[in-house]
Design a protein around this ligand. Structure first.
Ligand code: ADP
Length: 370
């Protein structure tokens, strides 16, 4: 144990870590001699400056949060990492610990102790922190979308039900009846958007995966689209499809969204759709080809964005279907894309990892195409 003030001073001044005292706003009251070795500043050059001004803009928010945490938890050390500007203008990664000793009569400051760290390790940890923050924000956003969509459904239902009662009870003139039809139609459209939003927020990657026969999933999707298939007279040809690991309801949804688009965005010709599978390396590439209106090259990526539509109301839709497909396919580790030219049909393709165990039951395809 150091016994005198001089001994404490000697310890601080000879430590390779920088020890610095700041007030609750972050203004520097003291900086130890090693500031020169770590940041290139003489300690007195930093006195009176705000320490946060030296922190990289991208690291400022979490550094402020660490200071706030230290203020709320006196005496407990709070650790963080940040890039700090050296005197020569370059950034240096440091690891710091802030302890709030404002109430200690002999200190009356926040003690910040920091040292230089390996930039690669720091960047990896920073990447990890950002991934965690992004995952948390995404989960919050999805929970928010789910709550909003869920809560809006009830009042919508009320509007629709009471408008219909009004139409039945009141002796409405023809023009007024048209208005109520617009209201009911608007409510129906909004209800479809909310249903799509609710189901897109329901996709969860925490559930375990099971073998899913894609042929069965595609047939189930066609069954769900029976009305649209019959009324459009679409011809759908399906080659043998493999069994993969996934979630049955999600994969049915992928086929359903892609097949229903292939029917919806038809050209003048009779609708012809082909579903095929090709084994490429460790993946299956599933293709859904149509002879519809096609998509311009510059829109190929756009169509997978949430609420992105290339068409106005003349073809009904919510702009959610392809974003949901992307989320499901990428959640299984695959990719999804479209190959198309305006006016010459579209081929939507997605990859899904081959299930080697399941492929053994399908020797012809594996030996021919693997
Ligand atoms: P929705 O069909 O509800 O609008 P999607 O997310 O399924 O939403 O599709 C986004 C947009 O991509 C559609 O509005 C349409 O413009 C375009 N699109 C999707 N599939 C096709 C297709 N098979 N052929 C041509 N355009 C398509």
């Amino acid at each position: 144990m150091p016994r005198s003030l001089e001994q404490f001073q000697a310890l601080v001044e000879n430590s390779s870590d920088v020890i610095s005292l700041v007030d609750q706003e972050g203004q520097i009251l003291y900086a130890s001699a090693s500031t020169a070795a770590v940041l290139g500043y003489q300690p007195e050059e930093l006195l009176g400056r705000n320490g946060l001004d030296l922190v990289h803009p991208l690291d400022r928010d979490h550094t402020v949060r660490t200071l706030q945490k230290a203020l709320a938890e006196p005496k407990l050390p709070n650790r963080t990492q940040a890039r700090v500007r050296q005197k020569d203008g370059k950034w240096r990664w440091v690891e710091s610990t802030a302890s709030n000793l404002l109430d200690e009569p002999h200190v009356g400051a926040i003690v910040i102790n920091y040292r230089q760290i390996d930039s690669r390790r720091a960047e990896e940890e920073e990447r990890q922190r950002l991934v965690e923050e992004l995952t948390r924000c995404n989960a919050e956003l999805e929970a928010f979308a789910h709550t909003v969509a869920h809560d809006l459904k009830e009042p919508l239902h009320t509007i629709s039900a009471f408008t219909q009662i009004l139409v039945k009870k009141a002796q409405l003139a023809e023009a007024d009846r048209d208005i109520t039809t617009f209201i009911i139609e608007g409510v129906r459209r909004m209800s479809t958007v909310l249903d799509d939003l609710l189901s897109s927020a329901k996709i969860s990657f925490s559930d375990s995966l099971h073998p899913v026969n894609l042929e069965f999933a595609a047939s189930q999707a066609m069954e769900n689209l029976k009305e649209a298939v019959t009324s459009s007279g679409a011809s759908i040809k399906m080659e043998p499809l493999p069994t993969v690991q996934g979630k049955q309801s999600d994969l049915v949804r992928v086929f359903q969204n892609l097949l229903s688009n292939a029917i919806k965005y038809r050209s003048e010709s009779a609708v012809e759709i082909q579903v095929t599978a090709e084994r490429i390396g460790g993946d299956w590439v599933i293709r859904i080809r149509d002879n519809g209106i096609g998509i311009r090259r510059e829109d190929h990526n756009r169509v997978f964005g949430l609420f992105r539509r290339l068409h106005s109301e003349e073809i009904p839709g919510t702009g959610i279907g392809l974003a949901v497909c992307k989320k499901i396919v990428e959640g299984l580790g695959g990719t999804i894309w479209v190959e198309s030219e305006a006016g010459s049909g579209s081929t939507f393709c997605f990859t899904v990892a081959a299930d080697v165990a399941a492929d053994r039951d399908w020797p012809t395809v594996c030996s021919a195409k693997a």
